[in-house]
Design a protein around this ligand. Structure first.
Ligand code: TYM
Length: 326
């Protein structure tokens, strides 16, 4: 049985990219493995947050994870700030990472270019992410393509730590899906899909209603050629729709367009498959929203289970480092 860990930030609405790139794999991997899934609220603090909104979006994201299919009985589901070992281990990882390694992270470069205020946390964030992963002796990390570099860094840090201080951490690997690993913005297919707050027409929230989904997909940017073929370099908009359709229907994006003769048909088929995929998720989500105390109860149990594993790993690391036991 492999150990699985992954996390998602509670900033903004959960979108189709999150679902196809990561969450669907989280759900399928929980059956055969020991899985730990986390709402990484501390990662959201790299940018200033409204306290009420952060509290609400953290709970809502946990409810969405359950609605998508994470089963808190089979998987460990918890909130990152409930298990303080994460921040303690992050310091060990910050002291293992070099300044140059952290500076080379493309997400840091992208985000710091756009932000007015660049916090120290935005820079050291990958060390916290590494600590999230290694505290659970993780073998596999299901993520979208944009997180590959962070998991590679985690591998480098664990290998370096193990070489310096003896076998301490498991070296993890990223698991990236064949279709949907990088869902692009519907209005700008050269950028990845991100929160709908940043790109209202380019991003599909998992809570968008049918009409909104149809409208956004109908207005998606394509090209003037009219031929439904997969070619991500020359036809990024059409290829993105084929990737979404392929991921939603379990086909290779190259085959997903078979039988579709124009962009109208492609958009119609894509909208229909997305609406079908989201319908049961939305109805479960709205049921859970009515009973926040049950979600809170599950999250407390999850944090207790997570802390047991995390504290054992952290003690091992501190001991190997030569920190004096209490
Ligand atoms: P976050 O919250 O931005 O995204 C959560 C997951 O969704 C995937 N994803 C996408 N996949 C395909 N297409 C897209 N457009 C798209 N946008 C997002 C992400 O790859 C991710 O898997 N740093 C992480 C959270 C994190 C984490 C961890 C992940 C913190 N600690 C430990 C794994 C392990 C992040 O900000 O993901």
């Amino acid at each position: 049985m492999a150990r699985i860990f992954s996390g998602i930030k509670p900033s903004g609405s959960v979108h189709l990219g999150n679902l196809l790139g990561a969450l669907r794999n989280w759900v399928s991997m929980q059956d055969e493995n020991e899985s730990v899934y986390c709402v990484v609220d501390l990662h959201a603090l790299t940018l200033p947050q409204d306290p009420e909104e952060l509290r609400a979006s953290t709970l809502s994201l946990a409810q969405m994870l359950i609605a998508v299919g994470i089963d808190p009985d089979r998987s460990t589901l918890f909130i990152q700030s409930h298990v303080s070992e994460h921040t303690e281990c992050a310091w060990l990882m910050e002291c293992t990472a070099s300044f140059g390694e952290l500076r080379r992270m493309t997400q840091f470069k992208d985000k710091s270019d756009k932000a007015d205020f660049v916090s120290g946390g935005l820079f050291t964030y990958p060390a916290l992410q590494a600590s999230d992963i290694i505290l659970y002796d993780t073998d596999q990390v299901p993520v979208g393509e944009d997180q590959r570099q962070h998991v590679e860094l985690t591998r480098d840090l664990t290998e370096r730590f193990n070489n310096r201080y003896g076998e301490t951490f498991v070296v993890p690997e990223a698991v990236i899906p064949p279709a949907g690993a990088r869902v692009m913005d519907l209005q700008d297919p050269s950028s990845k899909m991100s929160k709908s707050e940043d790109s209202p027409q380019g991003s599909i929230s998992l809570l968008d209603d049918e009409r909104t989904i149809e409208k956004k997909i109908k207005r998606a940017v394509t090209d003037s050629e009219g031929e439904v073929i997969f070619d991500s370099t020359n036809k990024p908009g059409v290829s993105n729709l084929l990737s979404i359709l392929g991921a939603a229907t379990g086909q290779n994006p190259k085959d997903a367009g078979k039988g579709l003769s124009n962009y109208g048909e492609l958009k119609g088929a894509t909208a229909e498959s997305v609406i079908e995929m989201l319908r049961p998720i939305q109805s479960r989500y709205y049921e859970l929203v009515n009973d926040p105390s049950e979600t809170n109860r599950l999250l407390m149990l999850g944090a207790d289970k997570a802390r047991e594993v995390a504290s054992t790993t952290l003690d091992r690391a501190k001991n190997n480092l030569g920190l004096l036991p209490r």
